[in-house]
Design a protein around this ligand. Structure first.
Ligand SMILES: Cc1ncc(COP(=O)(O)O)c(C=O)c1O
Length: 533
């Protein structure tokens, strides 16, 4: 494969036909095509830089013994179930590991509301985000899932379930309408979740019912406030503007709305860490002031059925960050000159749920992850057999049984000490990338390459290079408007699998004369020549 020739419209596999005929394919052809694809993937993997994925994996020898089995963890991790070809014992061990790492109360005990509950995701953090926000929405809306005993034959296993809705007082009409807040640097899975779950954001409600009253805009307008601004907008490091969040939350909490907040612990493009600790510290007094802590949710006046629930939920989307920041914190405890991020986990009583991708920090052959919350926040209250909800307490039906085995194997092979070293390696590598990119900038006569690294981020962003370089290193790109001007960025991640050799090779490619010449820039140059601009 020659080096800088390919891009997505001139793909190295374009000349191979992967079409499967109704007779299948002759063995020889099938094996040849598998080899060709494997060669392509291994080639691309060598220089994979653009996404927060650890490509270092040593699973083959340990895992191949499981590959010819369908292993399915359908249902709750803590209920063995009848699908006995499962890996739930390993799943529980993996969940315990993260519960300890994130300072949750363990072991899981369905009878102890403060203990943790979680499961391994079959998708990545996107599933965890959608599931977490679904749980949050129903919790804040005061819904309760119950078995309808008046329906059908009580002996059948799958009895009809229905939601109980809380009684809404005339004087507290907003009390069960959650309002969501998340920053402009938030992953699209959160935005998608809002649509799928029909959760209103502060923008939806503000622009509809409180026109001209935006507390953080000098004119009161909601225009441009679809999301909570990040500090210094696109110019900043990408963490949420806590002052603005505080004002917005105060505004909606004062009107009686329950508050649903997503915080990023390692945002997707800038790798920014929202200061979860500071947010919690600032918002708890607001939640207390407006009666959102432990409020009484009444279902039935006659039977006196009620619950105590918080009127707020803080979800931490920690796809990459929550997997490795604990190790930087451990390093910091030994040597305070090593910096680490804010506390983000269950040490903060305000944190309700955490999500992590398994394939990012640990590395896995397929997307996977962890969702974790506390028993008291689960929407189904399974502790009470009278109100036994669905035994299927997770998002999907079938769940990957290979994922827990992979994660278990990784954790068993990587001590805390090893992971501390790996976290420091990645932080140092990100610093090395910045230095090397600065050298590229000087090489191109100080052409502004927009080189930026947010505090502690494993990602470095810079001016988008040409399509061949993007393809060669699988770089991920984003366009941001900075000071009213559109800037085309690419970014790379310094992961455990990132080597100095790969960075040096990229730097060499970036020093080519046409490295930053993009098609659109060429068009603009032609238009200028012709006097059209
Ligand atoms: C902050 C954040 N949240 C969620 C996701 C989605 O994760 P996944 O690709 O594992 O679904 C990502 C992916 O990059 C992310 O960076």
């Amino acid at each position: 494969m020659s080096e800088l020739k390919y891009n997505n419209t001139n793909h190295p596999l374009d000349n191979y036909d992967f079409h499967i005929s109704s007779d299948g394919l002759p063995d020889e052809e099938r094996k040849k095509l598998l080899k060709v694809y494997s060669k392509f993937i291994i080639e691309q993997k060598k220089r994979f830089l653009g996404y927060q994925i650890n490509q270092n994996m040593e699973y083959e020898n340990d895992i191949k013994q499981f590959l010819n089995c369908h292993i399915n963890n359908v249902g709750d991790p803590y209920t063995p179930g009848n699908c006995t070809v499962n890996s739930k014992k390993m799943e529980k061990a993996v969940l315990d590991y993260y519960a300890k790492l994130w300072h949750a109360k363990l072991p899981h005990n369905q009878g102890d509301p403060e203990s943790y509950w979680g499961y391994t995701l079959t998708m990545g953090s996107s599933e965890g985000n959608i599931y977490g926000l679904w749980n949050a929405r129903d919790y804040l809306a005061g819904r309760k899932l119950v078995v309808d005993r008046s329906f059908g034959d009580k002996s059948v296993r799958h009895r009809r379930q229905r939601y109980l809705k809380p009684i809404v007082k005339e004087t507290a009409k907003n009390a069960h309408t959650p309002v969501a807040f998340y920053s402009q640097d938030t992953h699209y899975s959160i935005v998608k979740a809002m649509r799928v779950l029909a959760i209103d954001t502060f923008y939806d409600i503000g622009s509809k019912y409180y026109k001209g009253k935006n507390p953080v805009d000098p004119t009161g307008s909601w225009d441009g406030y679809e999301e909570v601004p990040s500090k210094d907008g696109n110019k900043g490091g990408g963490s949420i503007d806590v002052d603005k969040l505080e004002k917005l939350v105060d505004f909606f909490a004062s009107k009686g709305y329950p508050i649903l907040i997503n915080l990023n612990y390692g945002s997707t493009f800038k790798g920014a860490y929202d200061n979860v600790e500071e947010v919690e510290k600032r918002l708890m007094p607001i939640f207390t002031k407006y009666g959102l802590v432990n409020r009484k949710v009444i279902y039935d006046k006659e039977t006196g059925d009620f619950d105590y629930r918080n009127g707020f939920w803080i979800h931490v989307d920690g796809a990459l960050g929550v997997a490795y920041m604990p190790f930087l914190e451990m390093a910091n405890k030994k040597d305070p000159s090593i910096k680490c991020g804010s506390v983000f986990d269950f040490r903060l009583p305000g944190v309700s749920s955490i999500v992590m991708s398994g394939h990012k920090w640990t590395g896995a052959p397929w997307p996977c992850g962890i969702f974790m919350t506390k028993v008291k926040y689960q929407i189904t209250p399974p502790a009470d057999p009278e109100y036994l909800g669905s035994p299927d307490s997770t998002f999907a039906g079938s769940r990957s049984g290979l994922t827990p085995i992979i994660l278990w194997d990784y954790l068993a092979k990587h001590s805390y000490q090893k992971q501390i070293k790996m976290a420091l390696y990645c932080e140092n590598m990100a610093e090395y990338v910045v230095k090397q990119l600065k050298a590229v900038e000087s090489f191109h006569n100080n052409l502004d390459l927009y080189i930026e690294r947010s505090p502690l981020a494993l990602t470095v962003r810079f001016r988008k290079p040409n399509d061949e370089i993007i393809f060669k290193y699988s770089l991920s790109c984003e366009t941001l408007r900075v000071d009213g001007v559109r800037r085309h960025y690419a970014h790379l991640f310094a992961m455990c699998s990132t080597t100095k050799e790969t960075i040096d090779e990229l730097v060499k490619d970036l020093k080519n004369a046409d490295a930053f010449k993009r098609k659109e820039e060429k068009i603009i140059a032609i238009q200028r020549d012709r006097g059209w601009r």
